[in-house]
Design a protein around this ligand. Structure first.
Ligand SMILES: Cc1ncc(COP(=O)(O)O)c(C=O)c1O
Length: 286
């Protein structure tokens, strides 16, 4: 299918984008026709058959497995490395609450961070569990990480950062940041809220240890649902597991993600998002 025809087809399945230019994805992505159809079918079935049916738990388990497999395909992870959560903040807080801290431990983070990360970080500091060190990442998106290297000390126990800033949209050099931290034996926590679905991201090759991301933004899924990636082998570092009760949207979300994967493919979608963001940046600067 040629590029223009594919874009037309995708737009057709996101009706709001036919009538309007939609700029709200950084908060809430538009929902798709396949998502809406699967939600309607699910609600109609509950309406007529009731919410408790004999196969209810079996169907939920199946939908959960299907959703985790679809999400794994988005971020280049194994399904076993993903836990379903209630959103980005939920996953970020789970990692910060689950890691083991010792007196004098430091966490390094950047000036770009969202309250969903800042609040649990500050809570740890208030309780005297860690010291926080903020670093100023350059605005340019360059691969250089000297600004970060200077802030890492033998006490640094975590580097926590966003792949894309929620404020002005700067892209941070995720691979270079993770490589630097790993070289010093420091785990990394990625806030993927503005990255997953919006830029190419392969968590397996990135080396990142933890990544929290939402469904409702660049994956155009429902609110109140997210995922936490925990690199295989890092799991024992976490003392808590996460679960979400948003069972009723698992099926529709998996159907929507499967449709996007087969209709367009995640590499194409991520490249298209980056190209559109660059286009908008150039147009605004002109
Ligand atoms: C960078 C960043 N992190 C975290 C969040 C919070 O996401 P959630 O609502 O999924 O917890 C947002 C939401 O705007 C965000 O932009």
């Amino acid at each position: 299918m040629d590029e223009a025809a594919r874009i037309e087809r995708l737009r057709g399945a996101f009706p709001v984008t036919v009538e309007r230019v939609y700029f709200g994805t950084g908060s809430f992505g538009p929902i798709s026709a396949p998502f809406a159809a699967a939600r309607r079918a699910y609600l109609d079935a509950e309406l007529s058959a009731g919410r408790y049916t004999v196969d209810r738990y079996e169907r939920t388990a199946h939908a959960r497995a299907r959703l985790r497999a679809e999400l794994a395909a988005v971020v280049g992870a194994a399904p076993t490395e993903l836990a379903l959560t209630q959103g980005t903040g939920d996953g970020l807080a789970a990692v910060l609450a689950g890691l083991h801290w010792e007196p004098g431990d430091e966490i390094v983070y950047t000036q770009h961070e969202h309250p969903a990360l800042l609040e649990p970080l500050e809570a740890l500091e208030r309780r005297g569990l860690v010291r926080l060190r903020i670093v100023r990442a350059p605005q340019t998106g360059a691969e250089d990480t000297a600004w970060l290297a200077a802030a890492l000390t033998p006490r640094t126990k975590l580097v926590a950062f966003s792949g894309t800033a929620f404020t002005l949209g700067q892209r941070l050099p995720v691979a270079a940041i993770v490589a630097l931290a790993r070289a010093r034996g420091i785990p990394t926590l990625l806030d993927g809220a503005q990255s997953v679905g919006a830029m190419p991201l392969d968590l397996a090759t990135s080396g990142v240890d933890f990544c929290a991301f939402p469904l409702q933004k660049w994956l155009c899924g429902p609110e109140g649902l997210g995922a936490l990636y925990v690199r295989d082998g890092s799991l024992e570092a976490l003392r808590r597991d996460r679960v979400t009760r948003s069972w009723d949207v698992f099926d529709a979300t998996a159907a929507h993600l499967e449709w996007l994967r087969t209709e367009a493919g995640w590499p194409w979608l991520a490249a298209r998002c980056v190209a559109l963001a660059d286009h908008a940046r150039r147009a605004l600067a002109a």
